[in-house]
Design a protein around this ligand. Structure first.
Ligand code: SAM
Length: 335
């Protein structure tokens, strides 16, 4: 199949990601929008779970440098390591590892075999979470969360954009979008976004016909800005400000700042879209077993009630709330 030739309703596992241009239920979006956020209390909903299994790389850096790993350096480690997972040919990596394991066992190299077994477990989990279940990108869940926004040719600001995936999904749903991706780790510009597969299909719409259409990264108008979110000088000029997995990295005393970044650059009537990873058993297991790839800084796992309560307390009107495979999601307007 030619690169830019993926039809609608196509489902296929590639070596390192899944193509899914289906638009089907179930397993798309659990809707909690009817929640009366004013009635929730922290006593009732409890506090988020804090992930405290750190990457060996973080511990080593701190031992060598006699100080805590600075937040930005932590993100550089995270982005580099997380990206290695996205570019892995999972099936062949697993086969290679099986041979390595056998060789270690034949040589009675027990520590070597143990290490390889751990790598194999990480690959198996990544294969299931990203390639089989498609729970990281989760295009169907994201499309359900992002649907029916009252915007045309929106200007979209993505805070902590990493690979920029969700802004591209938004641009497929709302064609003619102008996207600004912001991340202070330049590796995101060069690699995570820079090398995002140009053949990956985003199911959206053709506004001229009203019919579904598959869009690709190259069709979109995207500008990547390498900068700290706190330095941005934009006015209230965006129709959508989005973050995916950002709020949960701010301890409670900094949560108001995190929410303020989503309000500051929005046009009147604009939408703030935020997601955070869910506090579920499988996510806890994921961050535990994948700690060397993921855990270089502060991270909470929360449920949709906790996330909604944070947004409500920080002055947002919640228009849509719910969860998809791995994340909670909110569509809000500044109250
Ligand atoms: C957890 S990631 C977002 C999850 C993302 N969807 C992914 O695929 O990794 C958060 C991103 O925000 C960026 N980031 C965190 N704090 C930032 C800041 N103050 N300014 C700019 N970017 C920031 C990090 O570099 C990282 O790429």
């Amino acid at each position: 199949m030619a690169n830019r030739d993926i039809p609608i309703n196509h489902y296929e596992h590639k070596s390192n990601y899944t193509i899914d241009t289906r638009d089907l239920k179930p397993d798309v979006f659990e809707d909690y929008s009817a929640t009366d956020w004013r009635k929730l209390t922290w006593k009732e909903v409890g506090r988020p779970y804090k992930v405290d299994k750190w990457a060996e790389g973080k511990k080593k850096w701190e031992e060598e440098n006699g100080q805590h790993l600075p937040v930005k350096e932590g993100w550089k480690f995270f982005n580099y390591h997380f990206h290695q997972l996205f570019i892995k040919d999972i099936t062949s990596s697993k086969a290679k590892n099986r041979n390595k394991l056998l060789k270690s066992l034949l040589k009675l190299n027990i520590p070597g075999a143990w290490e390889t077994l751990h790598e194999q477990l990480q690959l198996t989990i990544w294969n299931k979470v990203h390639r089989v279940e498609d729970a990281i990108w989760d295009p169907r869940g994201k499309r359900s969360l992002f649907k029916d926004l009252d915007v045309k040719k929106p200007r979209i600001l993505f805070l902590g954009a990493a690979d920029g995936y969700e802004a591209m999904q938004l641009a497929a749903l709302y064609p003619g979008a102008e996207i600004v991706l912001v991340d202070y780790d330049d590796f995101c510009k060069t690699d995570r976004f820079g090398k995002f597969p140009s053949a990956y299909p985003f199911l959206g719409i053709d506004t001229s016909t009203g019919h579904p259409k598959v869009w690709y990264k190259e069709d979109m108008h995207i500008n990547f800005v390498v900068d700290d979110i706190r330095n941005l000088k934009y006015g209230k000029e965006f129709d959508i400000v989005v973050s995916i997995g950002l709020i949960e990295h701010f301890p409670d005393e900094y949560k108001p700042d995190a929410f303020e970044f989503h309000r500051r650059f929005l046009k009147p009537g604009g939408y703030a879209i935020m997601t955070t990873p869910r506090n579920q058993l499988r996510s806890r297991a994921f961050y535990n077993i994948m700690s060397d790839y993921m855990n270089y800084g502060y991270r909470e796992l929360m449920d949709i009630h906790q996330m909604g309560l944070y947004a409500h307390e920080n002055g947002f009107q919640i228009l849509r709330a719910g969860f998809i495979k791995a994340h909670n999601g909110l569509i809000c307007k500044p109250g």
